[in-house]
Write a new protein. Structure first.
Length: 146
């Protein structure tokens, strides 16, 4: 029998928002104490048809960076510029929030060329994934360096 003082690790393959927010909020507090950083903040833009989500973009803003975590468009709406509009909305939000750059990770079979077309540049390439897949870390600077 475990006492309340025993420390142990559990695995959760579907953590709830409250649990993950606890981690984010505590990391934000440490960053604020050590470097005066603003809190990590989530964002999302959704592409809607009536009350149905047909696509969207989401991620977080942290330490002067807007990170694009996910971008998805329903197959019936792809190729009509909605992805570009969603990315542009995220980039505009980054500028409004005075982020210095935007970043996104994408696999070789996903959207590398799409992000390159929008002004992102490959910052790092990681190999070694299953089926010889390659991951690209891309970056878009929002301000010219002085």
């Amino acid at each position: 029998m475990q006492s309340k003082n025993d420390i142990y690790i559990i695995y959760d393959d579907c953590p709830n928002q409250e649990q993950t927010d606890l981690l984010t909020n505590n990391l934000s507090e440490i960053a604020n104490q050590k470097k005066g950083m603003p809190p990590i903040r989530d964002y999302a833009f959704f592409l809607m048809r009536s009350d149905q989500i047909m696509g969207g973009i989401c991620g977080c803003m942290y330490y002067g960076c807007l990170y694009i975590d996910e971008l998805w468009i329903d197959a019936s709406l792809r190729g009509h510029g909605y992805g570009t509009q969603l990315v542009n909305n995220a980039v505009n939000l980054a500028r409004e929030q005075q982020c210095l750059f935007c970043t996104v990770n994408t696999m070789d079979w996903e959207a590398k060329d799409f992000y390159l077309k929008l002004g992102f540049e490959i910052e790092f390439t990681r190999r070694g994934y299953l089926h010889n897949s390659v991951k690209y870390m891309l970056r878009k600077n929002l301000y010219q360096e002085a």
